[in-house]
Design a protein around this ligand. Sequence first.
Ligand code: TYD
Ligand code: MG
Length: 440
Amino acid sequence: MASRTSTAYRCTECGWQTAKWVGRCGECQSWGTVVSSAENEGISRAVRATVLDAARIARPITEISSDVAAHWATGIGEFDRVLGGGLVPGAAILLSGEPGVGKSTLLLEVAAKAAEEHLRVLYVSAEESVSQVKLRAERTHSLSSTLMLAAETDLATVLGQIDAVQPHLVIVDSVQTVSSSSLDSAAGSPTQVREVASSLIRVAKERSLPVLLVGHVTKDGSIAGPRVLEHLVDVVCQFEGDRQTSLRFVRALKNRFGPTDEVGCFEMTSDGIAEVPDPSGLFLSRGSDAVSGTCVTVALEGRRALPVEVQALVVSTPSPNPRRVTNGVDSSRVAMILAVLERRARIKLSDQDVYVSTVGGVKLTEPAADLAIALALASASNDKPLAHDLAAFGEISLAGEVRPVSSSRTRASEARRLGFTTIIDDDVRQLVKALGRAFG
Ligand code: TYD
Ligand code: MG
């Protein structure tokens, strides 16, 4: 028989153990997650094997039907793309994102599309009143008689609503604002979030009902609540976007039913959220005159290649500490490229203020953007525009080499599709050669 552990308290978040109760976990630093082991687990007993009847004994994988994993399309192509084809019966999907990014708007659209197909949809709002949701639905033309609304914050009532409505799809907005009255802790605390999510997921599995949960994120961008939330659900989608721009990306971080390298692209409009099936061209400036300091690169968003224009401006400054201002690109990456340009290509910018930005505020995180940043800086420095049909991608090493990047064929063909026929990539091998070819 297993003996009881002498450590009496344990963190429900990460499992850290301590002999004395503390308000904050010493391991994961979460507040209010340390509870007594007895309360947490009860007293352990020896487990004996259950005698199984024939129907329950494990079967050969080849004989198991995979019907349960069939997707049904939501009708929003970009969302289906991220989900790997659509919703799966019994699947729990978590959509996380910053406040105001558009989670409620997107899910109301999903609800409306499903309701148009005569499916009964239960939309539980624990953040807004039903009339607020109705106002939004009017704006986005999402009114349908099979779209059922409830404003509830109590878990038991939400479960009661599911029993009463018998929906084909449930949306809960959000998992942090629903709470169970059987627990003492406040809504949004790790214990509550886990309880709410696991109850809803259990109902989803029992009824083969897809459940979409909205999740809040903390200041650092991670999903608020216990880490186990991500383990409990089948799919985690992250909703990203800059509040200054209307463009939004939905990315799958985890997907038990499909790939995680797909990205859905949306635009917030005055009447809801619109799909952007072809985002190429959004991140290019439309000026016809050639301007120095600009270069097009091809970024990879999921499996999609996206041409993005990088703009650079350099201005002489008497200051001993010239400014390095970046927007959409990593400033330390720009500092490195400036150093390589100076040492390997004799382009000196240490007495200049340098500004580097992307068009449309899109974020370039891949090293593949290095070459375009270097060419834009060189073009700004010698005030010579690059050819209007030029696109460049490649990672630059400290030694001044141009290194290959992933999916270069996809990038090149997308660039050609948009009319960028002069492509400079790792074929040139050296930064100096790339500069020679670009300004040839
Ligand atoms: P919302 O879906 O409420 O965000 P979340 O649920 O993620 O907090 O969206 C809020 C923002 O979206 C708000 O700033 C206004 C904007 N918006 C539009 O641009 N168009 C619309 O049709 C709607 C309903 C909202
Ligand atoms: Mg919302």
